[in-house]
Design a binder for this molecule. Structure first.
Ligand SMILES: Nc1nc2c(ncn2[C@@H]2O[C@H](COP(=O)(O)OP(=O)(O)OP(=O)(O)O)[C@@H](O)[C@H]2O)c(=O)[nH]1
Length: 202
């Protein structure tokens, strides 16, 4: 059952299974068209340091890139950065880097900055950045190892090496922010925009 009222399906410029699941579960028909941009180059050229500005820029760039190839369509771009104080984390390349990141995150609070942007015909028509504060438990090396054994390869698909709705929940003692922001898509502000544009049936 779709609640999408657009003449064409929405386009989600993302490879993220979590983002695709969130949109699909919200009853929105969409096509996933990952944005083939060099995120690190875009970030470097912009010379930005704030995690929220970086996430916002990358979300806009992904949306605009895919919108440029799909005239007349609403295209969503999204990005998430993790900040531990001044230090920014990217998705770990493998188990060793995931273990290193978790050792740094354990016993501390970090911020997830999740940005979403909607582009259409070369213009950004909506953008939002939402933040969640995540307080991770103190973790011994053996607890980190046991978690990585159980979580497996999935740890390389998220900036913090965790899926909160899965085994990642065991890592935390406190979470402040909305579930969707944590999974990487500020869904509530996005739905509010789509509703204003009369693109949703509820
Ligand atoms: N399932 C799940 N995914 C998470 C969680 N936290 C972060 N992520 C994912 O971590 C990824 C953050 O990396 P990004 O660079 O923003 O996105 P990506 O996966 O590279 O996908 P693109 O949108 O194509 O750039 C996203 O796919 C988020 O959905 C979580 O708690 N659960």
């Amino acid at each position: 059952m779709t609640v999408w009222r657009g003449n064409h399906p929405l386009i989600l410029a993302s490879q993220s299974r979590a983002r695709q699941m969130l949109l699909g579960d919200a009853g929105i028909s969409f096509e996933a068209v990952p944005a083939d941009i060099d995120e690190r180059a875009v970030q470097k050229n912009a010379g930005l340091t704030s995690p929220g500005e970086i996430a916002g820029l990358l979300a806009r760039e992904k949306a605009l890139f895919v919108a440029s190839k799909n005239p007349g369509r609403h295209v969503i771009g999204a990005d998430q950065t993790l900040a531990l104080g001044e230090r920014l984390f990217s998705k770990p390349s493998g188990r060793a880097q995931a273990a290193e990141q978790l050792r740094l995150l354990a016993g501390n609070s970090h911020a997830l900055h999740s940005a979403v942007a909607v582009a259409r015909d070369g213009k950004i028509v909506f953008a939002d950045v939402s933040i969640a504060k995540m307080t991770m438990r103190h973790l011994s090396d053996s607890e980190i190892s046991a978690y990585l054994d159980a979580a497996g390869e999935a740890v390389t698909t998220s900036v913090g090496a965790y899926q909160l709705e899965g085994l990642g929940v065991h890592l935390f003692e406190r979470i402040e922010g909305d579930h969707f922001t944590i999974l990487g898509l500020p869904l509530l502000p996005l739905l509010e925009f789509l509703r204003r544009e009369r693109l949703l049936g509820i």
